[in-house]
Design a protein around this ligand. Structure first.
Ligand code: KG4
Ligand code: ZN
Length: 337
């Protein structure tokens, strides 16, 4: 049973072929990051056009690499995301399914991120706590089984990745800033500036990053006024990263303890952050699981694996979907067909 996975929710065109028996057969990714870099953020119209340009060649490449002429099923990201970008993947998936006469399944982008560690050799078993940290989301989720998700905490303002990106912009780093800031932080002193750990000591499992962002902004202005920004940049980056990571790790461990869960899955683009990985491993007594680095950020493989599971348990989707807003906790446990 092979499933073709298609991801086009934002600025990466991701395609993969997943086989229920043999695992991942092939995958390909095209990042649009250079196209959007000049604008300092993703331009939806440009994203959709580039998905149109790249999607079919990537599908052909993946099928040919795997030596397969026709998959048994197709899974595509149906939301949440940029609606024009989603429509490209959805249209392609549903058109190919019609031509190939195979089932097609609509996948929730965040469910894809949650299930990405299942692609690894030693996947986590249910139940687990998920820390989902990407450019658009920051969530703590109790994952009891496929489709049974309870959101325990979310961000009240910026997402974790957005906080990294905006701080990087304040520091005059390039786009997307998260990985650049993380690299610079490795050279800096993370105790140089005592930035706030927003809401860390409050009982809620929600996050807020705007106070931290403002504290960094004030520090950057002060350093600029003193003509010292170049000298301070790496220390500000390291101190910001330390504050953000302390907050994420502290809340994730608190949530796991409250829910009596001894497994944590870290997923989403910020899950690629090395300090986050090191800190959670150091402080959490249970097991921690991650997708491999390349599957932390958006990709087709996570959509293929999530689609294959949904299809096996619930069968094909009946409607063509492209849904910009779609809350993860509206998903349900698939009813067996
Ligand atoms: O999951 P993802 O690829 O896309 C969304 O669905 O948002 O996550 C992208 C986000 C960006 O904000 C990027 O700056 C951040 O993940 N990111 C990182 C790192 N690598 C990517 N943030 C911190 N440290 C990193 N190493
Ligand atoms: Zn994502």
């Amino acid at each position: 049973m092979t499933t073709l996975g298609i991801e086009t929710s934002c600025d990466e065109t991701g395609v993969a072929l997943f086989c229920a028996e043999k695992g991942l057969l092939a995958h390909a990714l095209h990042s649009q990051v250079d196209l959007h870099a000049v604008y300092g953020g993703v331009v939806p119209e440009i994203a959709s056009r580039d998905h149109i340009r790249m999607l079919l060649p990537l599908i052909q490449q993946v099928m040919s690499n795997a030596g397969i002429e026709k998959p048994d099923a197709i899974a595509y990201t149906a939301g949440p995301g940029l609606v024009g970008a989603l429509m490209v993947g959805s249209g392609m998936a549903n058109g190919l399914a019609l031509a190939w006469d195979c089932p097609v399944v609509a996948v929730h982008h965040m469910e894809g991120h949650l299930l990405a560690p299942l692609l690894e050799d030693e996947p986590p078993e249910f139940p687990f706590l998920a820390l989902l940290v990407s450019g658009g989301h920051t969530m703590l989720i109790s994952v009891r089984q496929l489709g049974d998700y309870e959101i325990l905490g979310t961000t009240l303002d910026d997402a974790a990745g957005e906080a990294f990106d905006k701080t990087a912009k304040l520091l005059g780093l390039g786009y997307p800033g998260g990985p650049l800031l993380a690299a610079l932080a490795e050279e800096g002193d993370d105790a140089a500036y005592p930035f706030p750990r927003p809401m860390l000591n409050k009982p809620t499992l929600d996050f807020s990053f705007s106070g931290l962002k403002t504290a960094v902004m004030l520090q950057v202005r002060k350093a600029e006024a003193a003509g010292e920004l170049d000298a301070c940049r790496k220390d500000i980056a390291a101190s910001f990263q330390r504050a953000a990571v302390d907050t994420l790790v502290g809340k994730a461990i608190k949530a796991a303890e409250q829910q009596d869960l001894n497994r944590i899955v870290v997923a989403g683009g910020v899950g690629a952050n090395r300090l986050l990985r090191a800190e959670i491993a150091r402080r959490f007594a249970g097991e921690v699981f991650y997708p491999r680095f390349e599957f932390c950020t958006d990709n087709g493989a996570m959509i293929a694996v999530a689609g294959a599971l949904r299809l096996a348990e619930a069968g094909a989707s009946e409607e063509i979907r492209a849904q910009a807003r779609w809350s993860l906790d509206t998903l349900t446990v698939p009813a067996a067909t």
